[in-house]
Ligand binder design. Structure first.
Ligand code: GAL
Length: 821
């Protein structure tokens, strides 16, 4: 249930749903057993102020008013001066320091920011214990309540909480102040800035469950019976614990009661007959309602935990199995930014990403290289994605001057404990990662650190294995580092998979990071050749998908290993979507400011590579995708190869009705095995058509693309026509331009304008061009390769929302969306 208190502008979530079976004396006090208050609206914010703003009486009336989640840097402007890093990127094999302009996104995230929030909590009948929970604060948060410093943290990606029982005033005014500081040279990508994830206050009874102590596991799983084990710690003695298990339809399917516990520790095992198992195809979820009951029957606390019933196993030569079935990770790595929204968490944006990935047939996510958001894990549970939850990009040895190594000594254990305890009930998580390409792969101290960290994961969660993404593979074979890990993860280094498999005792290898192929949506370069670190004058990369970095490789080379070696347990492609920062191969070239690695671009629009992965990963739908586009004025008569990404084995290609012959997948090269390629096609405007053939040579499907005339009309295509009137939900509208005949114009780069009226607001636009310096929140942007997306946000009032997109000389596009309560 969600109640909005208009006076204090915050959302209070009362966890008392489903309490049906206790005595009426308990029900009298039940409502107030636990209250979670989200601190969302009416925060005051200022950046880089000189003075200390921690005091309750500080005058913040001139500061801007913002809502949380908030990313102060995403409003730009893009400028090469922000966080210029003069450095040699050693992981990339560089020896000489050069100027890296867009490494962290060329956005103003460096500096300090203050957030202040005044609020009054209502009286609670039995509220005597209070915590403030930060889902993430970028970075080095210092937290003050009513003028007193109550805590601080280091890593901006960590979840942490502070006990504020003694400092909070229930029933009258409180002032919360948070200072955040981002150092230059502290990241290898865009980290965002500010309170970019949720902030909440939990008020509960003195006798209550300890924060993040409840651990739900399913030790026995088969089709007829599962056991659900619940371990938890309560603060308070003489209480008993009741657990109610409900299925997805909210039916109570099992209950258990534990007797009084003297030390506050509980351990229950409950049988569930005929369980509905959780898997990516069937993401069935259950709910455990755990209740702490005092001697006189009063409900002291209640927690609601979603969980899934599933078993996982990793076996030599067999690999990973879920519920007894061997499956491979068809995964992608994701950085945390949401493109035009920056780091500010938004569930609609996350859900859209996962919807796009689901269509591609992707079944797994790696939260590179840090803790995932709770929202992303909830969605992965609900939508069916396996999850590799990562923690660090650095341990004690630096990659960047002010990176995590500054915190490692004091915080590493606390950071892992919080990661594991806060997220271990998510069935999607099937593996932890203690680090990514840490320079500590070298040296005896590094080996010790690997053990230290892995042991913490094991202590906090004995049910899941631990990996590290290793790039120094030879070194880790020699030192014992790779042998120590539960799961040896190789980043790239396809040529070392066989050796590593022989050298490591685990009997399997994970492609913890693969491909790092680069491309720009809709851009094609000639001649069509394989390249490493290739650069062009326009600072784009070719979408023939043949360009990678010196340390990385093309997708097809990973596919060979995945298909031919049963002991390779899957891959996590770098990356599912483009992200802000790390514009390799143009790290030194302004204005490149976001990555080229994505399978989809920064706007979430699929590049051609999307269809290459889809053709192999999505085994239920057919893919028959043609590239490049067919608008090559000036290339008439020149060789313009045509590739088709498809799950059909062979196809015939026609240019303006003339056959270019039949191509069949074959083992000549990795590319021949996974792509159909007509390398000698000469360009002539018109139509290219591909006809897919079955094994008897019979035509079974076809697709065609056409040369477009001049841009004529704007076309709008929303991902969702109806959104929620909650002030947060977003419809992502794809904007494209077609000619008079409705043919998409792949080269259109018109400057467009956006106008939103009614029950929504214009939030941002993004065209996926890694070199664009147009700001996302401004209501104008150029098309890139004929497309962009516009983000339309709901207000809190239900109604009709109208988006109008216009551009000089073009017929405007208008669409009505709806928002509902
Ligand atoms: C890897 C690294 C990633 C990213 C990628 C680019 O070595 O783990 O964070 O930098 O290279 O190819």
């Amino acid at each position: 249930m969600r109640i909005q208190n208009m006076n204090v502008k915050m959302v209070i979530i009362l966890f008392f749903t489903g309490f049906l079976s206790l005595s009426s004396s308990a029900q009298k006090t039940f409502k107030n057993s636990r209250n979670t208050i989200l601190l969302t609206d009416n925060w005051k914010f200022a950046k880089d102020i000189k003075e200390d703003a921690s005091s309750s009486s500080y005058n913040d009336s001139k500061w801007s008013t913002v809502s949380i989640p908030h990313d102060w840097a995403i409003y730009g402007p893009f400028d090469k001066k922000w966080d210029i890093q003069i450095t040699a990127i050693e992981q990339n094999g560089e020896k000489i320091a050069t100027e890296k302009t867009g490494r962290t996104g060329a956005l103003p995230h460096i500096g300090s920011g203050w957030y202040r929030k005044t609020f009054t909590l209502p009286q609670f009948q039995q509220g005597k214990r209070a915590l403030i929970v930060f889902d993430g604060a970028m970075s080095e948060p210092e937290v003050y309540l009513n003028g007193k410093k109550i805590g601080q943290w280091g890593y901006g990606y960590s979840y942490f909480y502070i006990d504020i029982t003694k400092d909070i005033i229930i029933g009258s005014k409180n002032v919360l102040a948070v200072k955040l500081t981002n150092q230059p040279y502290s990241s290898r990508w865009y980290p965002g800035a500010g309170l970019y994830r949720k902030v909440s206050i939990i008020v509960k009874d003195t006798e209550s469950f300890e924060q993040w102590s409840t651990f739900v596991t399913t030790p026995l799983v088969n089709n007829n019976l599962a056991t659900v084990n619940i371990k938890t710690n309560a603060n308070g003695t003489n209480c008993s614990m009741v657990t109610i298990i409900k299925d997805a339809k909210n039916n109570i399917i099992a209950t258990a009661k534990s007797p009084k516990s003297v030390d506050g520790k509980f351990d229950q095992t409950i049988n569930v007959t005929n369980p509905q198992l959780w898997s990516p195809e069937t993401p069935h979820l259950y709910t455990a309602v755990t209740q702490l009951i005092s001697n006189d029957g009063t409900l002291k606390d209640e927690e609601i935990t979603k969980f899934g019933i599933r078993s996982i196993k990793y076996e030599p030569e067999i690999g990973f199995s879920l519920n007894g079935k061997t499956i491979k990770f068809k995964g992608v790595c994701l950085h945390h930014d949401l493109g035009p929204l920056g780091a500010a968490i938004n569930k609609a944006a996350l859900k859209r990403q996962l919807t796009i990935l689901k269509d591609m047939g992707c079944n797994a996510i790696r939260s590179s290289h840090n803790m995932p958001s709770f929202e992303q894990l909830e969605l992965a549970d609900e939508m069916g994605f396996l999850f590799l939850a990562e923690s660090f990009d650095e341990w004690a040895k630096p990659k960047v001057k002010n990176g995590y190594h500054r915190f490692f000594e004091d915080y590493a254990e606390k950071d892992i404990v919080n990661l594991v305890r806060a997220t271990r009930n998510h069935p999607c998580i099937v593996m932890w990662s203690a680090g990514n390409e840490v320079p500590d792969q070298y040296g005896a101290e590094g080996l010790k650190r690997a053990k230290f960290l892995q042991d913490i994961f094991h202590r906090e969660d004995p049910t899941r294995p631990v990996t590290v993404g290793m790039d120094q593979v030879k070194q880790t074979m020699a030192s014992g580092f790779g042998s120590l890990l539960d799961i040896p993860g190789l980043n790239y280094r396809v040529h070392l998979y066989e050796d590593a498999h022989k050298a490591f005792p685990q009997g399997f290898i994970l492609g913890s990071e693969t491909a790092s192929t680069v491309s720009s949506r809709g851009i094609y370069k000639f001649p069509v050749k394989q390249y490493k670190n290739k650069q062009y004058d326009d600072l784009q990369c070719s979408s023939y998908d043949l360009e990678a970095c010196s340390w990385s490789n093309l997708p097809d080379e990973d596919f060979v290993l995945q298909d031919d070696k049963p002991w390779v347990i899957g891959e996590f492609v770098w990356t599912g979507f483009d992200y802000l920062g790390e514009p390799t191969p143009y790290d030194e070239k302004w204005p490149s400011r976001s990555s080229y690695f994505g399978i989809s671009d920064l706007a979430g629009l699929p590049k051609d590579r999307f269809y290459l992965y889809r053709s192999r990963w999505n085994t239920t739908d057919k893919t028959l995708h043609i590239l490049p586009h067919w608008n090559w004025k000036g290339r008439e008569g020149e060789i313009t190869p045509v590739f088709v990404y498809t799950n059909y084995e062979s196809a015939e290609l026609f240019v303006n009705g003339k056959s270019m012959g039949i191509q069949k997948k074959n083992n000549a090269t990795p590319q021949n095995r996974y792509r159909l390629m007509w390398n000698d096609v000469k360009y002539e405007p018109g139509t290219i058509k591909v006809v897919a053939l079955d094994s008897n040579g019979k035509a079974v499907a076809q697709n065609e693309i056409h040369t477009a005339d001049t841009p004529y009309k704007i076309v709008l295509n929303p991902d969702r026509k109806t959104i929620k009137a909650d002030g947060e939900d977003i419809s992502f509208v794809t904007v494209s331009v077609v000619d008079k005949n409705g043919i998409p114009c792949p080269l259109a780069d018109n400057q467009l304008k956006f106008e939103v009226n009614g029950a929504g607001t214009y939030r941002a636009a993004c065209n996926g061009d890694a070199t664009s310096t147009e700001m996302f929140h401004k209501n104008t942007m150029k098309l890139f390769s004929g497309k962009l997306i516009v983000l339309v946000k709901a207000t809190k009032k239900a109604g009709t929302i109208t988006l109008k997109v216009s551009g000089n000389g073009l017929q405007s596009g208008i669409i009505n969306l709806k928002s509902t309560n």
